[in-house]
Design a protein around this ligand. Sequence first.
Ligand SMILES: Cc1cc2nc3c(=O)[nH]c(=O)nc-3n(C[C@H](O)[C@H](O)[C@H](O)COP(=O)(O)O)c2cc1C
Length: 159
Amino acid sequence: MNNIVVYASKHGTVEGIVRSLLRKSPEEILSINILKEEPPNLSDYKNIMIGGSIYLGKIQKPLTKFIKHHLDILLQKRVGLFLCAGETDRKKVIDEFNHAFPEALRKHAVAKEVFGYAYKLDEMNFLEKMLVKKMRGVTENTSALNEEGIERFFDTVFK
Ligand SMILES: Cc1cc2nc3c(=O)[nH]c(=O)nc-3n(C[C@H](O)[C@H](O)[C@H](O)COP(=O)(O)O)c2cc1C
């Protein structure tokens, strides 16, 4: 198999996007939830997609660790980087992206996208609900996924 997606998702937005990719893709793709599984040896893969979601300005720590530990091999592969992020200010979301992925990997990546966001209140604890209400004024389940960006990302990676 040529393709692997390594991802992190807390409330399921990233996971849902990855699942729909696996359903739609004519290519075989191994998906690894880095919060639950160890990734296999990356040298066996040609296309490597990496993505997570932003919480309080950062992606999930295990994803950061994974990138740091495998940076050398990632720089020899065809790589796509993506994020789910609720930030709508373009400059701020670019800052989040730049903070999430090291510069060398960003420069090397063939595809980079922010896939938008969903706020799933049923999945959140009390504190998280308070935070999203305060920070974003969100009081009900909301979703704003960037379908065009999602499609463009996977088209580019598999081109
Ligand atoms: C408690 C909380 C904090 C968040 N903080 C940020 C943030 O700092 N910046 C941002 O862009 N999005 C933020 N988000 C939005 C998430 O990135 C967004 O909901 C995303 O779709 C979550 O993806 P997941 O369900 O795959 O984890 C936050 C969401 C929650 C619930």
